[in-house]
Design a protein around this ligand. Structure first.
Ligand code: GLA
Length: 744
């Protein structure tokens, strides 16, 4: 199958994916315009995609619309009634002025015209935005590069399209190059944009707040522009840079066409959904517009991060499954060592800042006895860090708590057969720290302006090469001297006073420096693993997931709240990257009491972690933890690697039911959490999906006891027998996890 073709006569590019296509053409004028993006009616790859009659195809009906087009990368130039993906400012005329011409200070008109293109499968790593580390599948993918040039200035934009056809995903990014003899300023630059059919107006996205991340929202786009954005140097709690969109009434969780996309960038991003006056929709995604500028010096180029785009013919669920597979195979780092994410223990809710060699060793011993595989000590172990007021920046052990440093703890954790993890917040500094006293100029600030603190901390200037090098050296030393296997990399504040050695570029530069430190560390220490955390789920996107193995989805560990948060997370990100903890019976954020079953059932949907003060549990409770952790290890391959079917979500009648099916259909894991459903209302049996109809599956409960055998057909038509759906019938909030294993 030819995945990228160019018809020289029609001047048409066709990108062919498994069940969708994307097409672009070059007009007589050299303008590059969008033709279409959507599902293919035929999956037969021998059906040619010729688009007979394309010449009669109109992208406008009315005289005013004739003055513009559906540009592949609308530049501020030509006709400007719609939004634009790039705006360039030239400070000199392109040629000496002719008679009758006046120069008005700047030229803000960019006219991008086709010059040439290349189709290559040598797309990696030369052409791709850097993803830093090896991924599970490294085969080369087809890449189309289309070079566009301004008509008067030696200024070029190259548009890249990289295809992952098996998941119907393409990545777009751009490169801008200034070949003029003067600096050129960009005050807007997107990674890409996507035109949709006019009727696709139903948008699903995630909105939230600290402790309430990823709450799914759906709304209809009306004429005008709807904006999702982040003004910061993390991805943000309020919005996450992804979208799913479909035509009203035309798609559900399991059926219909859904277009989706995401930005692979972890700070100051912007997604604009413009429903234009002709009701055509264009989605623009790129660098945030607040305080943005890039100055390109003569000869300089800038390559943007990627915008990921996909199309599903199997509804929202199909979009999620495509995105999950893409993330597992092509985004998440895969260093070959660990097939599955380890069961983790984290000390935060057990000891908070009061960590010491003694209490951590005690917790580590208990954790190891339960089957935990990675022990992570949270905040409080360094500098003068007795609370949140001091110590950030001083990454050496707090001697009163760790008189011999942290090596004895790390050694003990290793002796117990676990990996050793450590909390760090490397981008931050407390004014009450030795580092700040030595380098007060190393923080973001403006002279003669206050240095606004949040959580008593200031932000290190990652636009300053010396600061970045210092942080790399510190973290490298921590790994080398203490056998650190895992960093919980946290980041906990908004930006104020963005004065930096990198000027206005700091918003972008901060993220680039962050990525560079992580990439360097991991290249130097190939077995090192990193968790992304930013006050919970404030830094989760495809850019950070290319260098972090997993992410802390929320500081909210209440199983009921968490059910909703995880439903939203799963819309685009895979369970393999979703870290979830079981914590106190009476939750520390909400005060709600939840049964152990519910807490485990919800946490076992992703990468299981434990955050309970284990020293306060009875022997009986410890035995329950041990048994449940063992069960989790049994279901883990399917949970972390399976295809996820959301049979229902908490937003529907308060019942969230997930089914993960192993790629070869040999096993499945059913997980239900009934958080709001009115007692006394008939509970519908969960009709499963994705199984093999002819196979017989045996159902095992969390005691690994067989509770029945059913064929795939019965499970996918009549559903699971109701009484098996719950292991926790005595509790008002009911939940359960079942393992289905194929027996024939
Ligand atoms: C943030 C994190 C928490 C914990 C604390 C420690 O809030 O999200 O998990 O690590 O910091 O201060």
């Amino acid at each position: 199958m030819e995945t990228i073709s160019f018809d020289a006569e029609k001047r048409l590019f066709v990108l062919r994916l498994k069940s969708s296509f994307y097409a672009i053409r070059i007009l007589e004028t050299g303008e590059l315009v969008h033709v279409g993006w959507g599902p293919l009616p035929e999956l037969d790859e021998n059906v040619p995609l010729h688009f007979q009659g394309l010449e009669n195809f109109k992208d406008h009906l009315f005289p005013w619309d004739e003055q513009t087009h559906r540009y592949e990368f609308p530049a501020a130039g030509d006709v400007l009634y719609h939004d634009t993906a790039i705006r360039a400012i030239f400070f000199e005329p392109a040629k000496p002025l002719e008679k009758g011409e006046a120069f008005h200070g700047t030229v803000r008109d960019l006219r991008l015209r086709y010059s040439e293109h290349e189709i290559t499968i040598k797309g990696e790593p030369e052409f791709a935005p850097r993803h830093g580390l090896p991924t599970r599948i490294e085969t080369k993918r087809p890449v189309l590069a289309i070079h566009l040039k301004d008509a008067a200035y030696a200024f070029e934009v190259t548009l890249f399209y990289r295809l992952t056809p098996e998941h119907d995903i393409l990545e777009r990014w751009g490169e801008v190059r200034n070949e003029t003899r003067q600096p050129v300023k960009l005050d807007r630059l997107d990674f890409g944009c996507a035109h949709l059919p006019a009727h696709a107006t139903k948008l699903t996205y995630a909105a939230g707040h600290w402790a309430r991340e990823f709450i799914p929202q759906t709304q209809e786009l009306k004429q005008g522009t709807f904006v999702l954005e982040q003004r910061g140097i993390n991805t943000g709690h309020a919005h996450n840079p992804f979208f799913l969109i479909h035509a009203p009434g035309q798609a559900t969780e399991e059926a219909g066409t859904v277009w989706f996309g995401a930005l692979a960038f972890s700070g100051n991003w912007n997604l604009r959904f413009e429903c234009q006056q002709n009701h055509q929709i264009c989605i623009f995604g790129g660098y945030g517009l607040a305080d943005f500028e890039i100055i390109l010096q003569p000869g300089e180029a800038h390559r943007t991060p990627a915008m990921i785009l996909g199309c599903s013919r199997e509804g929202i669920g199909g979009a999620s499954r495509r995105s999950h597979r893409f993330a597992r195979e092509r985004v998440l780092p895969d260093c070959g060592k660990d097939q599955f994410r380890p069961v983790l223990y984290n000390s935060w809710e057990a000891t908070y800042f009061d960590v010491s060699e003694k209490n951590q060793i005690e917790l580590a011993r208990l954790a190891a006895s339960l089957g935990v595989e990675l022990f992570c000590m949270d905040d409080g172990w360094f500098g003068a860090r007795k609370d949140g007021k001091a110590g950030l920046g001083d990454w050496s052990p707090r001697l009163e708590a760790f008189p011999h440093g942290i090596k004895p703890l790390s050694d003990e954790v290793h002796r117990l057969g676990m990996q050793f993890g450590l909390w760090v917040e490397p981008e931050m500094i407390n004014p009450d720290s030795d580092l700040y006293r030595a380098h007060p100029d190393w923080v973001l600030h403006y002279p003669a302006r206050p240095r606004t603190e949040a959580r008593n901390q200031l932000i290190l200037d990652f636009g300053h090469p010396e600061v970045v090098e210092h942080i790399f050296q510190i973290l490298d030393q921590l790994v080398r001297e203490n056998g650190v296997d895992f960093f919980k990399w946290d980041m906990n504040r908004y930006v104020t006073e963005p004065g930096s050695a990198a000027g206005r570029g700091i918003w972008r530069k901060h993220v680039e420096s962050l990525y560079s430190i992580m990439d360097r560390l991991r290249q130097k220490h190939p077995t090192l693993r990193i968790q992304s955390c930013s006050g919970g789920g404030g830094r989760i996107d495809f850019g950070i997931l290319a260098r972090c193995d997993q992410a802390w989805a929320s500081d909210n560990t209440d199983a009921v709240d968490r059910t909703r948060i995880q439903d939203g997370f799963s819309l685009i990100y895979p369970t393999r990257a979703m870290e979830c903890w079981v914590t106190h019976e009476k939750n520390h954020q909400t005060g709600r009491i939840s049964s152990l079953n519910l807490r485990f059932d919800v946490a076992m949907r992703g990468v299981l972690g434990i955050g309970t003060p284990l020293d306060q549990l009875s022997q009986e409770e410890l035995a329950q933890y041990r048994r449940k952790i063992a069960f989790y290890k049994r279901i883990r391959p399917t949970v972390q690697e399976g295809d996820l079917y959301r049979l229902s979500v908490a937003a529907d009648e308060g019942i969230s039911a997930w089914l993960s099916v192993a790629p070869d259909q040999s096993a499945a894991v059913f997980s239900i959490s009934v958080i709001e459903h009115l007692y006394g209302t008939f509970y519908f049996p969960s009709v499963l999906r994705g199984l093999d109809s002819r196979a017989v599956y045996r159902l095992l409960d969390e005691h690994e006891k067989e509770i029945g055998r059913y064929d795939g057909l019965q499970l996918m038509t009549l559903g699971l027998p109701g009484e098996f759906a719950f292991s926790d019938l005595t509790c008002f909030i009911r939940s359960g996890t079942l393992l289905l294993e194929r027996v024939n």
